[in-house]
Design a protein around this ligand. Structure first.
Ligand SMILES: [Zn+2]
Ligand SMILES: [Zn+2]
Length: 627
């Protein structure tokens, strides 16, 4: 099993480099032309032998139970060969008998281009077909089916049948409003709403009945029009004889079409988990917890003329479908970017981020044209200050962090424990109490309290650490107490409890109170960051900056998709946080397409007019939202 090297075959230096790399990774043989060499020998001369070069990943003698090894080696070959692999099958006595090429990249194996896929079907090449917007693809297939329908050749009958099947699947995605995507649209570049619809669509395609579907917030973050599309699909699933369990924050939207409701509460986190009520839904059967809370916000904040706002000008850099070159934004304001899925909300936010980051690092942001546009206007002041970008993804390097370490309070807590009389007497340093390095932590679980068991076929399993029984520390550390609690006890406190417990230590209290104000008081200090939901992570990031060491720097927060999965209480918490930030002089940009987004904002930018590369990417409105 081999991996071909050197896309640029003429670049011998590059090829040598790749071979040396392979040698370092522990591979010993390569094939050049038709001959096999030891890497060492091939690299010893000043010139490489001529011919195409592949590194030998594995040599396997066929017998029972080598399946896994073949799969592993082939996978490795595809990785090293950047999607290409070669397999040579040899006979013990007669030598090579067969050679097979594999490619994951829809490309000609030997020249790497797709030009050899020149065959055309109804005037279109495969490459063209996969680039068609789904709507046009549907028309193309329709055309194909009508043209070929009368054929009696068995392979054409089979082709027509699969074209019909493909048409049915496409219908689902067209119904979900994704007509502008193509089969080769790259998944990572899609907006979160588009990804969501794709995932939902691929479930809906299967047309099963008698199946229980559990959909966890499939509609969160989508605008009302698109929610309706998904709602129709869910109703179709039910009518086809399936059961759908829908997990949803937005009680109103459930009320409108669910048949049966199960309500959990009464609060969040440790205050939740109880079944409040369940039963068939009839109008007006919902309890008071679903009433919309009174709006505490002072409406005058958002109203008034444009003159009330101090504007800064930001040249925009191109991102995805964004067509704007320059934007003026008010400072010390919450700015909401809204619009349909795929209209370029996140692209605008990213463009602002990239432009300001570029300015921070001294590069001139934007292209020439954007700078000229900027000059023509009476120039608004450039933006000054720090920029924080907060998405709902796992923060970098936080895979094994807990709330206490992520918020930065753990070093203070460790300091407190080390400076107790007993800690001093035993010569314990704060570093010894670290969760991130060897010392006082339980080494069996590296201070996590559990061990992770991973397998190919089941989701990772967390097992309580049998060495420390979940307490994370050695007995030596466990016997150390501060005001009656040991470190393990402290990590079990909720943020709210800990804020009281450490009320005299301002560095700790300040940080914990910010987390509490973000509506996360129910999290425990020892909770792993990866176990938080996206929204929780985003608000935690925000709270950490607000109360952190750099809290006195004014700047701009960009929160992408902030409204996804927000419960009613969360809206109020977020509003409070935002007010705190803008009062201090920070500016905030949030993106999302929830109908209530404007409630949080003093300024609205609406992207559109449609979705996708041609229809979206323009600012269709910006200004003070109407109430
Ligand atoms: Zn070719
Ligand atoms: Zn342990």
């Amino acid at each position: 099993i081999m991996a071909p090297l050197g896309k640029a075959r003429d670049d011998v230096t590059q090829l040598r480099k790749e071979l040396v790399e392979c040698q370092r990774s522990g591979f010993v043989r390569c094939r050049i032309g038709q001959d096999t060499f030891y890497l060492e020998d091939a690299l010893s001369g000043s010139n490489l032998p001529s011919g195409s070069v592949s590194v030998v990943i594995d040599r396997i003698i066929m017998k029972r139970a080598v399946g896994d090894r073949i799969a592993d080696s082939l996978r490795q070959a595809l990785e090293i060969g950047e999607g290409r692999a070669e397999v040579e099958i040899s006979d013990k006595s007669s030598g090579p008998v067969k050679e097979i090429f594999f490619s994951e990249v829809l490309r000609c194996f030997s020249c790497g281009s797709s030009k050899d896929f020149a065959r055309r079907l109804l005037g279109r090449s495969l490459e063209e077909v996969v680039s068609l917007p789904l709507k046009e693809l549907q028309e193309y297939l329709e055309n194909l089916v009508t043209t070929l329908d009368r054929s009696t050749r068995p392979e054409i009958i089979a082709a027509v049948r699969s074209a019909r099947e493909l048409q049915e699947h496409l219908d689902v995605f067209l119904d979900l409003g994704l007509e502008y995507l193509a089969l080769n649209s790259e998944y990572p570049n899609l907006s979160s709403g588009e990804k969501l619809k794709l995932r939902l669509g691929s479930v809906l395609c299967k047309e099963l009945s008698g199946v229980l579907y559990i959909l966890d917030e499939p509609m969160s973050g989508l605008p009302a029009k698109e929610k309706d599309l998904i709602r129709e699909e869910i109703i179709a699933l039910r009518d086809a004889g399936n059961t759908v369990v829908l997990v949803e924050h937005d009680v109103e939207s459930v009320k409108r079409f669910a048949d049966y409701q199960i309500e959990l509460g009464p609060g969040a986190g440790q205050f939740g988990g109880e079944l409040l009520r369940q039963g068939f839904l009839s109008k007006g059967s919902l309890g008071q917890t679903n009433q919309r809370p009174k709006r505490k916000r002072n409406a005058s904040k958002a109203s008034g003329s444009h003159e009330r706002f101090r504007l800064v000008g930001i040249p925009l850099v191109p991102v995805n479908n964004l067509k704007e070159k320059f934007i003026e934004l008010p400072v010390s304001t919450v700015i909401g970017i809204t619009g349909p899925t795929g209209s370029g909300k996140s692209s605008l936010a990213l463009s602002i981020l990239n432009s300001l980051k570029g300015a921070e690092s001294g590069r001139r942001p934007g292209g020439r044209r954007s700078l000229e546009t900027a000059r023509q206007k009476a120039p608004p002041k450039p933006f000054q200050g720090k920029v924080w970008f907060m998405d709902d993804l796992l923060p970098r390097g936080s895979y094994s962090s807990v709330i206490a370490t992520y918020t930065g309070i753990y070093r203070y807590i460790a300091g407190l424990f080390a400076s107790t009389p007993e800690g001093r007497a035993r010569g314990i340093t704060p570093g010894f109490l670290s969760l991130n390095k060897k010392g006082g932590r339980c080494e069996m679980c590296r201070g996590q309290g559990f061990k992770k068991v991973e397998s190919d076929f089941i989701p990772p399993l967390k097992l309580l650490c049998d060495s420390c029984l979940g307490r994370r520390f050695s007995n030596e550390v466990m016997s150390l107490t501060y005001r009656g609690l040991n470190l393990s006890d402290v990590l079990r406190l909720t943020v709210t409890q800990a804020a009281t417990f450490f009320r005299n230590i301002s560095a700790i209290r300040r940080r914990l109170e910010a987390v509490e104000r973000a509506g996360l008081g129910y999290l425990t200090l020892g909770q792993m960051i990866p176990s938080l939901s996206g929204g929780e992570r985003q608000r935690l990031k925000l709270a950490t900056v607000i109360a952190g060491d750099r809290r006195n720097e004014r700047g701009l927060f960009i929160l992408d998709n902030v409204t996804r999965g927000l419960g009613l209480e969360d809206w109020e918490n977020l509003r409070g946080l935002f007010e705190e930030l803008t009062d201090f002089g920070h500016s905030i940009i949030i993106t999302g397409n929830h109908g209530r987004l404007a409630d949080l904002c003093g300024w609205i930018i609406e992207m559109g007019p449609g979705s996708g590369p041609t229809e979206g990417g323009k600012i269709v409105f910006q200004g003070v939202p109407e109430h």
